[in-house]
Every structure is written in structure tokens, then in C-alpha cells.
Design a protein around this ligand. Structure first.
Ligand code: ZN
Length: 275
């Protein structure tokens, strides 16, 4: 599943190829995504120029004069750019559901085998969209700091891991990054959120930012894959300290990594290093 670093990498991969360009035509071959693609989308996009590409949580936001295109990659979605003349422009595959063609011949293609993603139009500002209005701060922004995190966590009795994965607390800390940042901070995922100290909140903010930034840096090496390539995977593989390492030695102490389900998600941690 694309996590925040993959979405950020997608933004950096497509943005230089579509910013400032004007849409000639939009083809919607399969409108049944997580929510239906609006039937008016092609008409809304026709002749519009891309003013800005940005990201909020795991939503890609493409802004035009008259509104906003929201794209969510869901479980298996990806975006690819094809430049003018590429023969694959005329040969969409089975899971290539939407094509946005620009007047210079560039094509932006949305591919999503499992169809849990979303492509939506909103004639307003991003902060007013119902899917975005209630979101917590971006993890890499100044608004996500130790004082803020402590303020949020100290009111909650649930375990710290599901609290970190709650989009109302902070966006974009998916299962992988919650596991990895709690390990780096030495905090057990089972600890009650209200038992995390101010000092530990400062450490958690640092480790969350570090693991996300490291992942985004890894994604940087895949930027060329967004252009004129077959969009099969697009998700980068990384080395993890605890995630997916059940019964393998902890990189810090050598004891075996423990796995259990917390908040309905597979949770990996070292019972010796994380208290
Ligand atoms: Zn350990």
C-alpha cells in the first residue's frame, strides 16, 4: 500500500511534467473506484491549466483556476507520465482507468488494479473539502512538535501506536512507520498514550520525522520510474528494523522481534528495547 513517502515521491515524480500545462482531454475508462469518478470530471478539466501540485496527508492535490483534482492511490494505485509520441499512450492496459492528456502530448495515467483509490473534483479550497478538513498536522511540518503531540496523547488511554496512526492526531504515520518510529524511540507500542512523557514525545516527533524523511530519500532514486515506464509496482522496498521481522534478531540487542496484533494491526517490536 502506498504510504506517505510513496505519495510524496509520486508528487515529486509527476509535478515537473504537468505543472503549467493545459488539459486537452480526459478519458475515464473505469469510474468505479472507492468513490465514483464524477461523470462531469472530463468536462470540468477540459482546457484547464495546472496551477500547482501539492499533497495533504495521502491525497495528491492538483489545483486549477476553477477547482481541485484530488487523487488518492488507495491500496494499489499509481500514476505514470508518458511523453508525447510514446506508443503506450494509445495502448492502455486493463487497470489503466483514467488518462489525462495535455496539449503538448504529455499523458498522466492512473493505474489501480484493486480500485480502492479515488479521483475526485472539488470546486473549492482544499482545507474545506470534507475528506481533508478534519486532518491533523503534516508530520514534517512545524505544527507537529513535542508540545502538540503531548497535548494530544496525554488525554488518551488507548495504546500509543493506534494513537499515532490516527489521522486526527497526525497524518501519514501508517503501520510501517508507526512500528519503526516507536522502535527508534524505545517506546512499547502497547504503552498507554497518556503514559508517554513530554521528553518521549520530543523523541517520537524526531523519530517519526527521521523515518519518513529516510523513506522519502529512498523514493528519490525512483523518480525516473514515473516517466515512460510500465506502472506495475512503483512502491519502493526499504530495510526495516522491526516491521516484517517477526522472530528475527533485534538490530540493537539481538533478542527476537515480537509480533502481535494491536488496534487490529500487525505490530512488531522488541520487548527488551521498547518499554
Ligand atoms: Zn532489542
Amino acid at each position: 500500500m502506498p504510504e506517505l513517502p510513496e505519495v510524496e515521491t509520486t508528487l515529486r515524480g509527476i509535478s515537473p511534467h504537468i505543472s503549467g500545462k493545459t488539459i486537452a482531454d480526459t478519458a475515464i475508462r473505469q469510474p468505479k473506484l472507492r468513490w465514483p469518478v464524477p461523470p462531469t470530471l472530463a468536462a470540468a478539466l477540459q482546457g484547464q491549466t495546472v496551477l500547482e501540485c501539492s499533497r495533504r496527508a495521502k491525497y495528491l492535490l492538483i489545483r486549477f483556476n476553477t477547482g481541485l483534482l484530488l487523487i488518492h492511490l488507495g491500496m494499489s494505485g499509481s500514476l505514470r507520465i508518458f511523453t508525447a509520441g510514446d506508443e503506450r499512450i494509445a495502448l492502455p492496459g486493463k487497470h489503466d482507468h483514467i488518462d489525462i492528456a495535455f496539449t503538448d502530448g504529455t499523458l498522466l495515467r492512473y493505474h489501480d488494479p484493486r480500485r480502492f483509490g479515488a479521483v475526485l473534483w472539488f470546486a473549492g479550497a482544499a482545507e474545506h473539502h470534507p475528506l481533508l478538513a478534519a486532518l491533523g498536522p503534516e508530520p514534517l511540518s512545524a505544527a507537529f512538535n513535542a508540545a502538540y503531540l503531548y497535548e494530544k496523547l496525554h488525554k488518551q488511554k488507548r495504546a500509543v501506536k493506534p494513537a499515532l496512526m490516527d489521522n486526527a492526531v497526525v497524518v501519514g504515520v501508517g503501520n510501517i512507520y508507526a512500528n519503526e518510529s516507536l522502535f527508534a524511540a524505545g517506546i512499547s507500542p502497547k504503552r498507554a498514550a497518556n503514559q508517554v512523557t513530554r521528553k518521549e514525545c520530543a523523541r517520537l516527533v524526531e523519530t517519526i520525522q527521521a523515518v519518513l524523511q529516510r523513506a522519502i530519500a529512498t523514493g528519490g532514486s525512483t523518480l525516473r520510474d514515473f516517466v515512460n515506464s510500465d506502472g506495475q509496482s512503483g512502491y519502493f522496498q526499504q530495510e526495516y528494523n522491526v516491521y516484517g521481522r517477526h522472530n528475527q534478531p533485534c538490530p540493537q540487542c539481538g533478542q527476537l522481534i515480537h509480533k502481535e496484533t494491536i488496534g487490529q494491526r500487525g505490530t512488531f517490536y522488541c520487548r527488551h528495547c521498547q518499554k
